[in-house]
Design a protein around this ligand. Structure first.
Ligand code: G
Ligand code: G
Ligand code: MN
Ligand code: NA
Length: 261
């Protein structure tokens, strides 16, 4: 309740910021995408996780203003990185199902692209499976609107929600991000890694059939890099490569060249 009250002022008092986590192409080693993640730093309580404050923002309706701010920051940043650091990859932004269900959402995305000068193909929006399945018609209309704009859609935390293979086939989705729990199991002595291998193989098989890109999330070790590459994932993201970084650190990484995959 205290946090709910405090969050009202987070945006206007400049307490929100974005951090950025690189996503690498497993074949070329290129930093193909960068995921933007919001952070809240409270003057007294310190860093508060988005896992805590995003649900607060969703309940209070502030998610609309926060989401707009995040999208705008991310788009301007990506445009800046093209001009000043020669990086022409995709910026990926998490979108709450509450934002997505607004009839004005597609138009807001369009305006933000115009305002920032970012080409639509350099923006990807991440949605969770739950968001897609909740309000099918609104979501379908929004997805088709975004497709017309040229904005890509990725399904976040894939494999943990109420998976329906039909929506992957029927909706304009370009990418799936395999939830990090599957990647974790690849190296886990507790859970049998052969199940993780089988499941990731199956997910990649579906993605190939439907012509979707696959990102492995939560990659923390060289063994996991080798495993997900061997299993046919296209991209990987995780602490092995980089933690979410502030803009200055991300720029240093852009200027320092590519990691050794
Ligand atoms: O960054 P971190 O691992 O703490 O993220 C925790 C959760 O918060 C993740 O599920 C992530 O997708 C979500 N999240 C991070 N940034 C944003 C954002 O800008 N908008 C929304 N809706 N969710 C976000
Ligand atoms: O739900 P979503 O996939 O958007 O969550 C992103 C969150 O995952 C971010 O908060 C980020 O801090 C976290 N994350 C990114 N890479 C790793 C990783 O390698 N290991 C773990 N445990 N978390 C990660
Ligand atoms: Mn995400
Ligand atoms: Na993710």
């Amino acid at each position: 309740i205290l946090l709910t009250r405090e969050f009202q002022f987070a945006l206007s008092r400049d307490q929100l910021s974005l951090v950025y986590q690189p996503i690498y192409d497993l074949k070329t080693g290129e930093m193909s995408k960068i995921e933007a993640l919001v952070r809240w730093s409270h003057p007294e309580f310190g860093a508060i996780s988005p896992g805590v404050f995003i649900p607060i923002a969703e309940t209070s309706g502030q998610i609309m203003a926060v989401g707009r701010w995040v999208l705008e920051q991310a788009c301007f940043q990506a445009r800046h990185w093209r001009e000043n650091h020669g990086w022409a990859g995709k910026i990926t932004v998490n979108v709450s199902p509450v934002q997505f269900a607004q009839p004005t959402f597609v138009d807001e995305v369009k305006q933000t692209l115009l305002l920032s000068g970012l080409p639509a193909h350099r923006l990807e929006l991440e949605l969770t499976e739950g968001a897609v399945i909740h309000s099918p018609t609104l979501v379908q209309t929004a997805l088709r609107g975004l497709q017309r704009l040229g904005v890509e859609i990725a399904i976040d935390d894939f494999g943990t929600g109420y998976s329906s293979l039909a929506y992957l086939r029927d909706l304009p989705i370009g990418c799936i991000k395999i939830d990090r729990s599957f990647i974790e199991d690849l190296a886990s002595p507790r859970r049998a890694p052969q199940y993780a291998v089988a499941l990731i193989t199956a997910i990649v098989g579906i993605a190939r059939t439907l012509d979707l890109q696959v990102v492995a999330e939560g990659v923390e070790t060289q063994e996991q890099v080798d495993a997900v590459r061997g299993l046919g994932c296209d991209f990987a993201q995780g602490y092995f490569f980089a933690r979410p970084l502030d803009a200055a650190r991300l720029e240093a990484l852009l200027d320092s060249g590519q990691p050794d995959l």
